[in-house]
Design a protein around this ligand. Structure first.
Ligand code: BGO
Length: 278
């Protein structure tokens, strides 16, 4: 049995390094990701007789194909299949940070959210209803202040429990009837391609292909997955005709819309004293 792996994912400056240090202490190893000069940090975490391998993935805002950092992070989750992913989220910048969270959930990663910098959020009069946020995302959310080690014990216990229970339910953003219809069709065609279906979650791949993900397109071309590519081209053309806009833009819009709704439900912005006085 291999050592269980916990990957750390988060936006730059979300406090990922601080959480990594809290989890691993001095038991760290720094190397490079294969083939690139991006630093790879690993460390050990002992918990109730188990040892977890903590892998720090590059800080990133998204999991597209636009940068080496994004690709390293997404490929690690897709192909190394860590038992759990700790998504470090900056509570004082929730809306922006959740864009990455949604993508992790769409990939089917076994996510626990470390809602970090809750001290900073509090100082800015941002109150987050944590149970409601957890319910909407359908994953555990643990508040932390990484610089003071607050919440780290709870985070570790939650992740260990999440790994044991392994109740992974990919979140489904509703992209609207027209796009959903095409996603259903594409999912079916992808599932008929055994090699692709083994490598990628079908719905995730369908979304990414509608989003014009160049890496995935190139891979499909190389692998000769013609039926999928042809179906994607057809879907894109059709959606463009119906919706009058590039599908990629609409998908991004709907994702932001979903996050917006979520934030409206889970976040209360108290007026600051200055705001109340003006
Ligand atoms: C500096 N609360 C608060 N208030 N700050 C935090 C928390 C938290 O929960 N967690 C982290 N920080 P990284 P990435 C800094 O370095 O872990 C702070 O990029 C400074 N440095 O201390 O590096 C943390 O790995 C000088 O702040 O994040 C760090 O994700 C002045 O957030 C920053 C002020 O954390 C980023 C802050 C010389």
């Amino acid at each position: 049995e291999r050592e269980k792996v916990i990957a750390l994912v988060g936006n730059p400056n979300s406090g990922k390094t601080s959480i990594f240090n809290d989890l691993t202490g001095a038991r760290q190893h720094v190397g490079n990701w294969p083939g690139v000069t991006v630093e790879k940090k690993e460390g050990k975490l002992g918990y109730q007789g188990q040892t977890f391998n903590i892998v720090d993935l590059p800080g990133t805002y998204s999991l597209g194909a636009y940068s080496e950092d994004e690709l390293i992070a997404r490929n690690f989750i897709l192909f190394d299949k860590p038992e759990a992913v700790i998504n470090v989220v900056d509570a004082s910048n929730l809306e922006r940070n959740l864009y990455l969270t949604i993508q992790l959930l769409e990939m089917g990663a076994n996510v626990v959210v470390a809602l970090n910098m809750v001290d900073e959020a509090r100082a800015r009069n941002i109150e987050i209803n944590i149970p409601r946020l957890a319910q909407a995302l359908r994953v555990p959310v643990v508040p932390t202040v990484a610089t003071r080690g607050e919440g780290i014990k709870e985070l570790v216990a939650t992740v260990a429990k999440q790994i044991q229970e392994s109740t992974c339910r990919p979140l489904k953003v509703n992209y609207g009837r027209e796009i959903e219809n095409e996603l259903d069709k594409l999912e079916q065609i992808i599932k008929q391609d055994a090699k692709l279906a083994m490598r990628y979650p079908a719905r995730w791949l369908a979304i990414k292909l509608l989003e014009d993900d160049e890496r995935l397109e190139a891979e499909l071309q190389k692998e000769g997955s013609r039926p999928v590519l042809e179906a994607v081209a057809k879907s894109k053309k059709q959606l463009h005709e119906i919706l009058g806009e590039e599908v990629e833009a609409i998908i991004a819009d709907r994702r932001y819309g979903f996050i917006n709704g979520l934030v409206k439900e889970a976040v209360i912005r108290h007026q600051t004293l200055e705001q109340r006085l003006t």
